[in-house]
Design a binder for this molecule. Structure first.
Ligand code: SF4
Length: 325
């Protein structure tokens, strides 16, 4: 990894987060994120997708990057500054202005009894983006970036807007602070198939102004939207690299399985994107050696004993004993 900190927007080094789970009569710590490593450049914008099954650790990783939960191990730095060492004021104003979330459910993000513009004004005022007298300007400009205007939404309640419009407004709210990084956790999963691509297209437009981490289980939109993709499995990043390499020609057996599990197009949905694999197996987290050994079609003896290292092969990082020996 390049250690020139000024060249990085975000650095994630051996980042881990453990939680306790009940196993029989006792509780055992398990690593929801286990030694994640990647960096995002400061000198150019990119969309980095983090993809995996539910329970793979991608939301925990997103919440750490947003500063909502603390890592139990490793280093997380934004523009060279360790996030866990920021004081309260730096965290509240500087960091939260710079790194903004976009959440999954646009319907849950807004109180049905409050007019939409109150959320937008509050964000601009709380983050000291404008004084009350001038607050329309940054709000209107953020709405313009998502194809809306203050005139269109002012005075309206959430129930008067579609899911797609509400998700655009929640994205506009995130843009008011002019962040350098957006972290979007399953931002299209609550939308109809027809609206998904319009939001994903919007991300590609927004990339002109900032970078984006896109968390999803949806490989089709990941393929379409991303510059790079990280595949997560049981807390590990098992393959990370340019999207055309990782999803075009996957090397890790799990990525291969994930890609093959995307069903054929469903005429009702136009694009069927849901990844269908077996249900989460908690035992995978506690497995010695490779966490995929219980399901891997290419498992070897060494896989059951030794944790695979991250190796760089064919333009991407792969965590698998099949490579690098
Ligand atoms: Fe399969 Fe072994 Fe590679 Fe794990 S390390 S993915 S079990 S081949």
């Amino acid at each position: 990894m390049d250690r020139t900190r000024d060249s990085h927007l975000l650095e994630v080094e051996n980042l881990s987060r453990s939680f306790n789970v009940r196993r029989g009569l006792s509780s055992t710590p398990f690593l929801a994120v286990d030694g994640a490593n990647f960096a995002m450049p400061a000198e150019r914008h990119e969309i980095l997708t983090v993809a995996g099954e539910s329970g793979s650790g991608k939301t925990t990783l997103a919440r750490m990057i947003l500063g909502l939960i603390k890592p139990t191990d490793g280093r997380l730095a934004f523009r060279g500054r360790e996030v866990t060492r920021l004081n309260a004021a730096e965290r509240r104003i500087w960091f939260r202005r710079e790194v903004q979330p976009i959440f999954q459910d646009p319907f849950a993000a807004f109180n049905p009894l409050r007019r939409i513009e109150t959320y937008l004004y509050e964000t601009a005022l709380n983050f000291q983006i404008a004084k009350r007298a001038n607050v329309d300007e940054p709000v209107d400009s953020a709405l313009a970036a998502v194809g809306l205007s203050l005139k269109e939404v002012k005075g309206r309640y959430p129930s008067e807007l579609s899911g797609g419009q509400l998700q655009r407004i929640s994205i506009a709210r995130a843009l008011i602070t002019r962040p350098s990084l957006l972290v979007a956790d399953e931002p299209v999963s609550m939308l109809d198939a027809s609206l998904r691509m319009s939001v994903v297209n919007l991300f590609r437009t927004l990339k002109e102004q900032q970078s984006l981490i896109y968390i999803t289980h949806d490989l089709a939109t990941a393929y379409y939207a991303s510059d790079r993709v990280a595949i997560m499995l049981r807390g590990w990043i098992v393959e990370l690299g340019p999207v055309e390499k990782v999803l075009g020609n996957p090397l890790h057996p799990y990525t291969q399985l994930l890609k093959n599990s995307v069903l054929e197009p469903d005429p009702a949905n136009k694009v069927q994107t849901k990844v269908v694999l077996s249900a989460s197996d908690t035992e995978d987290y506690f497995r010695t050696g490779c966490k995929f050994a219980g399901r891997c079609p290419r498992v070897m003896d060494v896989c059951r004993r030794v944790v695979p290292k991250d190796v760089f092969v064919d333009g991407r990082t792969v965590k698998c004993h099949l490579y690098g020996n």
